[in-house]
Design a protein around this ligand. Sequence first.
Ligand code: ZN
Length: 347
Amino acid sequence: MSNQEAILLRDYRPNSELIVPSHKIERPACPVIDIHAHFGAKYRSEHFEARYHAEAVKEALKERGVEKAAALSLFPGLPYNREREKTRVMDGFLYQFAPIDVSRLGERDFEEDVQRQFGRLEDEGVSGIKVWKNLAFQMKVKGRRIFLADARLKALWEEAAARGWPVMVHAADPPAYFKEPDSRNERMEELKAMPKWCYGKDAEISFEGLMEQQERLLQENKETLFIIAHMGSWPSNLGQVGKWLDAYPNMYVDTAACLSELGRQPYTAADFFERYQDRILFGTDYFAGEEECYGIWYRFLETRDEYFPHRAQDFPWGGRWNIYGIQLRQEVLEKVYYKNAGKVLGK
Ligand SMILES: [Zn+2]
């Protein structure tokens, strides 16, 4: 083949010729709580308000069977107030999760400051704490990087436990993000598109190191209920996630942004959902206005459809492969879709 005939990988979009049963699931088998959704600036852009109409989004979600959703983007400061304003018409529909500002870590009044923040969040009607990956591995306080198992952060986990608030943690990114984005990297295309997600050259962090931090967090704070987002940070190694779930009863996981990972291992995933049916919370990582993901999730969880795309959009975020449905039993679906979330949120 001459060079002129060559097709670049980024242009390769084969249409599958596979002919097998295929289902469109517009509504889930029971009500859904999406425990991992975004409505604010941190996830998209500073101009997030212009991207969606809050009332219309609420209706669109309800049409897809989403009875409630957790908004995880709240940030202290200006975007916080703006997001709060933007989503006010969704009060009663949204659970709000908010982060704690730890920039005073190491100062004498750090603990009081944390407590003050919790108090403010309580007044705001917040339901839980969100720990972003900045706190897990990106943030430096006074020039030093901090990690989840930092003993000084205990004030935060203990305060959450005392209030009965769950703490949702984004502890790492996929292992491939910590490797060179070369031709052997299965997430190469997205790393090329988003170089800042590539941690391969950062000597201070490794995927394994972050998993150690995550495990110590669970082990050393047994009274705190953690929802470790993105399938316990390691959807491509459910065997390990299962070992943690066995060892740490304070650990829950959400499914957010893991459709491509779960759907490429349908036998392992189906066994995992069956075994850990009380510990898995349905979450998508949805951003307001992008409702197409729900139908694909329902198809994965409720059918045995084979070899279908894991996202509606064209670019292969999440991996260049198709997925397979795992058709969970009704009882398991109910737990994953809403009952486990209700339990964790104390509703
Ligand atoms: Zn998210």
